[in-house]
Design a protein around this ligand. Structure first.
Ligand code: C5P
Length: 249
């Protein structure tokens, strides 16, 4: 599930060497490309305390009755930029970028609506922000320190999406295919694929690309050290003995 990784308020919140401004990583890519898997693998390999994962799904707009009926018939376009509350998204990422606490809606894909409760995301050293249209807004792009596009073959994405939507999101085969052909595929081609050009790094094949993930992690470690963050000794020994790297690197 799409959870945050900062569970509970850290006892040393905003002290003991936590970065004042988190390093923000944006991850984009088509539906079922493996964005969340890439994010999880980065978090695991980073081995840095306080990494938060923010998902665009939390920012789906609340539907009115008519839109809700359309969604139930797979006739609502969840892949168009208008489906997202970009204003709230920008304000939320801005607060996180300032190291502040945010409350984020929890989205339910089965009911197409927000849960009654919200989740709290605390300021972190690294914030990973993933979603199909994370590179769509200029304001969001400006807040990202690193932009990753997960580029997975469209047949693979469709196959994964079928399995996920039927098994996890309570949909039926016909409905998923209808929505895919009518909205998901055209929106990918029109809005998502073109944003590839703003990415710093492309990750072919998504979560299974360990070489790409290791390279990303190396870069983030270097950037964190440049900002004065002390890596744990295990990482420091593997890297540059904990000494800050020259800022020109
Ligand atoms: O996890 P992923 O990036 O695939 O999530 C985005 C996808 O979720 C979109 O392609 C959209 O079609 C789908 N979606 C849906 N029903 C909703 C909200 C989003 O099928 N209620």
């Amino acid at each position: 599930s799409r959870t945050l990784y900062t569970a509970g308020r850290p006892p040393w919140y905003n002290s003991q060497g936590q970065l004042k401004k988190p390093f923000v990583i944006g991850i984009s890519g088509g539906s079922a490309s493996g964005k969340t898997t890439v994010a999880r693998k980065i978090i695991e390999a980073l081995d840095v305390p306080w990494v938060s994962l923010l998902s665009m799904d939390s920012f789906y707009k609340v539907l009115n009755k008519e839109q809700h009926d359309q969604a139930a018939r797979n006739e609502y376009n969840f892949d168009h930029p208008d489906a997202f509350d970009f204003e709230l998204l920008i304000a939320t990422l801005r607060r996180l970028k300032e190291g502040k606490i945010v409350e984020v809606p929890i989205y339910n894909f089965q009911t197409h609506s927000r849960e009654p409760t919200e989740k709290t995301i605390y300021g972190a050293n690294v914030v990973i922000f993933e979603g199909i249209l994370t590179f769509y807004s200029k304001e969001l792009l400006q807040m990202m320190d690193m932009k990753i596009f997960v580029d997975t073959d469209s047949d693979v994405r469709l196959a994964r999406r079928l399995i996920r939507d039927i098994n996890v999101r309570g949909r039926d085969l016909e409905g998923v295919l209808h929505q895919y052909n009518k909205f998901v595929k055209p929106a990918f081609e029109h809005y998502i694929e073109p944003t590839m050009t703003v990415a710093d790094i492309m990750v072919p094949r998504g979560g299974e690309n360990d070489v790409a993930i290791n390279l990303i992690v190396l870069h983030v470690h270097t950037q964190l050290q440049n900002r004065g963050f002390k890596l744990r000794s295990k990482l420091a020994n593997a890297g540059c003995n904990g000494e800050p790297m020259p800022t020109s690197l």
